[in-house]
Design a protein around this ligand. Sequence first.
Ligand code: MF3
Ligand code: CO
Ligand code: CO
Length: 267
Amino acid sequence: MNIMSICIKTPEEIAKMRIAGRLAGEVLDYVTPFVKAGVTTEELDRLCHDYMVNVQGCIPAPLNYAPHGHAPYPKSICTSINHQVCHGVPGDKKLKSGDIVNLDITTIKDGYHGDTSRMFYVGEPSIQARRLCESTHEAMWRGIYTVKPGSTLGDIGHAIQSFAEGLGYSIVREFCGHGIGKRFHEDPQVLHYGKANSGTRLEAGMIFTIEPMVNAGKAGIKQLGDGWTIVTKDHSLSAQWEHTILVIETGFEVLTLSADAPPPPAL
Ligand code: MF3
Ligand code: CO
Ligand code: CO
């Protein structure tokens, strides 16, 4: 049996989660001007690592993170390029014009986690790549907009899935959003597909991520030999955006917003 225990955060914990979340967003703001043709993902990892540790006084949560069945993650951020879906490991490959890349940042500040990711264009993207990235951003926000006490996890998944599949895209099934707090990955699992008005009901004080992975082609994925990097089986492009969300009495609060976070789309 799968016993779920969703932690309702106290006001003191929420205050710490606001700080950790904003700091994670600010790492993305900081690194944005460096995401250019010719830079390696290892260099982006180093820049973000040094900023988190030396400027923000944070711990990069991915470094040495070792969930069950995985070797410890060797870097401080995830960098997933083009057909890479998630958990791309930074390396010595240079970004080139036309690439799309997801940078996923998880900070630990004062014992609490903030988790957020964005898509970046290297030079000018193709029309298809831009449309996939923008649509995935909108899919994430459509999920976020459903969040309020009394709505359900199924409402989030349904909003994301119906929008993305309506555009002819596929939703990755094997990875999901997650509760977050003192631990990186907590209950509940936040699926990016599902049935409206089904599943766990949301309550004020819950904190979880919404982080849809959307493929331009089929939904199938596979893991590379490094034990971490996930790619699309059909080699189609994949995009992902992520925010950390607090359920409040009036709806939601996005904890990972920062000055340069792209604004929510007008629907
Ligand atoms: N940040 C990812 C998430 O959104 C998890 C990365 S785990 C790592 O859940 F070990 F690959 F960093
Ligand atoms: Co996450
Ligand atoms: Co993340």
